[in-house]
Write a protein that binds this ligand. Structure first.
Ligand SMILES: Cc1ncc(COP(=O)(O)O)c(C=O)c1O
Length: 489
């Protein structure tokens, strides 16, 4: 068996694969150790010297492939490290990782039962369970349907398409309303994918004002809907957010659902970030009203720390996914199959080939139980309160808003700027602090935490965590590190 053949041969590949597994095993534990850096920053030119990116005409020896594997790991960011707090995903869950490895070993695609029998049943089980959690029916029965999507942005786009499909189907005139006359409303703090998908679907997206906490202003929503109606346009959907990306705000879902009912509009809730709260008895109140949504986006790869990517779109409408997406595909979804046709999940999807993202989620869920996810979420919420309390105690730290979720947005004010009245161009200089600190921490490899401006506010840091291996000492470390790095700015 030669290396150009895509099949393993025990004699040639067993030892090689064992060595790769040994590298992976070492990296799993090294990458989360507080003794090691979050990243080893190298300038791009230097990195190109270290790792030979250029593709070769001749095959490389296994030894150099093993060396490359080790280098790739060494110079990549350790997203499972406790001091990686940069994005809305982090952590390296051992069971999630095992699920991810299983997923890759199977190299499956979940479109037909014949190709993915186990994964099909697994996907149906997880979707049904999530539907019962988000759309609680009094009689305990479950409604609706759902999809695994390649990320939250794609799920938002799918929801917009479903909303448009549903609106056009209801249209009394019988004429197809042009997309450009359809108007969708989202808050100005909603995720940017909504605007992108507005472009893709050619529907107008109107941004609604937010209050000081970043929540959608419901009176502005109503005013804007009426304005669009007066212009002869068709308000067809609202995309509310449960856990905004920067401030972690929750739009008032009950009031928004009332407005959607009044104007006969589709309600989509982007709970990509906040949706994991459904697992917590203590904190799920923040999602109050979500069961009234026509569609819900929830990313287990964010708050629940399931490995990337794991994203789910749920809808309360039992048949809409099939109605909006299915077409006759005689080579894949044959009508004369020898098993029940509804086991072929692929036809309700927009994708054809599709990774079984369910596997790692199911595996984690089995390992932790629903109660384990609850403890995980509650721990993160507790740490975030601790973080807020520490900000209030320390000189030089100032909250941007008082959030009720994980996100804690704050300014670090270096000693040179603390006497605001004696500093010229105060806002401009404050704006420069976070990017400079970010550069220092990245080059030192000591911490990764994100910053951004928002509306008129100068750059500020956003603390977020999804890694429940983080503890109180780690929180104090973040403050000490920012103080150390920033004292001379
Ligand atoms: C509120 C919200 N919605 C959607 C998304 C997009 O999710 P993804 O990164 O999986 O595309 C994000 C990403 O951070 C988000 O914060």
């Amino acid at each position: 068996m030669s290396d150009w053949q895509s099949a393993p041969c025990a004699k040639k590949h067993k030892e090689f694969l064992q060595q790769v597994i040994a590298i992976l095993m070492d990296s799993t534990f090294e990458s989360v150790s507080r003794e090691n850096p979050v990243l080893r920053w190298r300038e791009p030119e230097h990195l190109q010297d270290i790792i030979k990116f250029k593709l070769q005409d001749q095959p490389q020896a296994q030894d150099s492939l093993l060396k490359a594997a080790a280098q790739i790991i060494k110079y990549s960011v350790k997203t499972g490290h406790p001091y990686f707090m940069n994005q809305l995903f982090s952590g390296l869950d051992p069971y999630g990782l095992a699920g991810q490895w299983l997923t890759d070993a199977l190299n499956s695609s979940v479109y037909t039962y014949e190709v993915a029998p186990v994964l099909t049943l697994m996907e149906k089980t997880v979707i049904t369970k999530l539907l019962s959690m988000f759309y609680k029916e009094d009689n305990g029965s479950s409604i609706g349907d759902g999809l695994f999507c390649p990320g939250g942005s794609f799920a938002n786009g799918t929801a917009i398409n479903l909303a448009r499909f549903s609106y056009r189907r209801k249209s009394k005139s019988g004429k197809k309303i042009p997309s450009s006359n359809l108007v969708l409303f989202a808050s100005e703090d909603a995720h940017y994918s909504i605007l992108k998908w507005g472009n893709v679907c050619d529907v107008e997206v109107v941004l609604v004002k937010t209050d000081k906490y970043g929540r959608m202003d419901v009176s502005d929503l109503k005013i804007k809907i009426l304005e669009e109606q007066k212009r002869g346009n068709y308000p067809f959907a609202v995309a509310a957010t449960a856990g905004t990306t920067v401030l972690g705000a929750f739009d008032p879902l009950i009031e928004i659902a009332d407005i959607c009912q009044e104007f006969d509009m589709w309600l989509h809730v982007d709970a990509a970030w906040g949706g994991g709260l459904i697992f917590s008895k203590k904190h799920s109140g923040l999602l109050r009203g979500i069961q009234r949504a026509d569609s819900i986006l929830f990313n287990p790869h964010k708050l629940l720390a399931v490995p990337q990517q794991c994203s789910v779109l749920l809808t309360k409408h039992d048949t809409i996914l099939k109605e909006a997406h299915s077409i006759h595909v005689p080579y894949l979804f044959q009508k004369d199959k020898f098993y029940p046709k509804d086991l072929d999940l692929g036809n309700k999807y927009l994708q054809c080939g599709r990774r079984p993202d369910v596997l790692k989620f199911w595996f984690m869920w089995q390992a932790k139980g629903t109660s384990g996810f609850e403890k995980h979420v509650d721990h993160l919420m507790t740490l975030s309160v601790l973080f807020k309390e520490e900000i209030k105690k320390r000189e030089g730290f100032k909250l941007v808003t008082d959030s009720c979720f994980i996100n804690v947005c704050f300014w670090f004010i270096p000693p040179s700027l603390r006497d605001q009245n004696s500093v010229c161009n105060y806002t401009k200089r404050l704006n420069e602090v976070a990017p400079r600190l970010k550069e220092k921490m990245t080059k030192r490899g000591s911490l990764m935490i994100n910053y951004q401006p928002l509306h008129e506010k100068p750059n500020f840091f956003r603390f977020v965590i999804q890694n429940s291996g983080v503890d109180k000492q780690d929180i104090l470390y973040v403050f000490d590190e920012l103080e150390n790095l920033g004292e001379c700015l």
